[in-house]
Design a binder for this molecule. Sequence first.
Ligand code: ADE
Ligand code: ZN
Length: 336
Amino acid sequence: MRNFIENMPKAELHVHLEGTLEPELSFSLAEKNGISLPFETPEALIAAYDFHDLPSFLKIYYAGMSVLQEESDFFDLTWAYLEKAASQNIVYAELFFDPQGHTTRGVAFETVITGIHNAQVAAQEKLGIKSKLILCFLRDMSADSAMEHLLMAKPYIDWLVGVGLDSDEYNNPPVKFKEVFALARKWGLKLTMHCDVNQKNTLEHIGQVLDDIQVDRIDHGVNALESDALCNKIKARQLGLTVCPVSNRFVVQSLTSQEIRTMLSKGMLATINSDDPAYFRAYLNENFIALQEEGNFTKDEILTLAANAFSVSWLTEPEKTDYLHKLSVFSDTRAE
Ligand code: ADE
Ligand code: ZN
């Protein structure tokens, strides 16, 4: 099963680039940029990762960003993730980035997006891994700040496939960003939003992303299972859910394998993702492997989860058909 998962061609749709910052890269960038980290070694930094809920994770995640200063730092970060992803047979990735996490530290939007974009182009050329970029707004900042950043992105619109919403959900409902997302949609961008597990007013928030924002996908969204009405809407609209098993485990002490199986049995398009793999110490293969072990998933179920990711991705229809064909060739070969 491990081999099967490792060799399977996969898409990843929920990964925060800043969450792929490995401690070793963090130390080398800190040294280059003359920044002192409050840890002696990468191992000591990892030992300080103590997450039990979203705010405790976010505190460490934002502190980690301080080493990202120059365009080449964003290139190196993105390249390292894409290289790791390609080594795990991820053939396509949709990447989140948090510009407000950088502009608030005095790093220009242009610096951030240019470094990321150039690494995406280089990785496609040299590693054969395709990727698209999603600009996320920090929901614990104002709607005005989100709008300012959307306007900053206008000259780079061709480098983006969509916009998302992340950071602390507590008292930051989706409707706070209704105008920002409406404008993004007008510009032709796809829309997604985080509905993290077990947040206050989660069912209300999931209702808002469906009805007020009319998203094209939902990040996490596991709590939707508590409402038949929400499940029916998600299914009727064929919306993908980007579930992140190892990330969820820090909050709910389970990889949500039962919930993922329930989604599949209801015909909801669940996908498996890594979220912040450097912090949670698990990339996509490790997420699939741990999930399979906890939930005793069959190869067919694993293939369905992988196929869902291509189907609900923001690739063009011919690209989707091509990747789904590659996955079915893989599946046929393995069955022999
Ligand atoms: N930013 C990075 N990872 C996140 C997550 N899992 N939820 C909300 N915001 C995030
Ligand atoms: Zn996330």
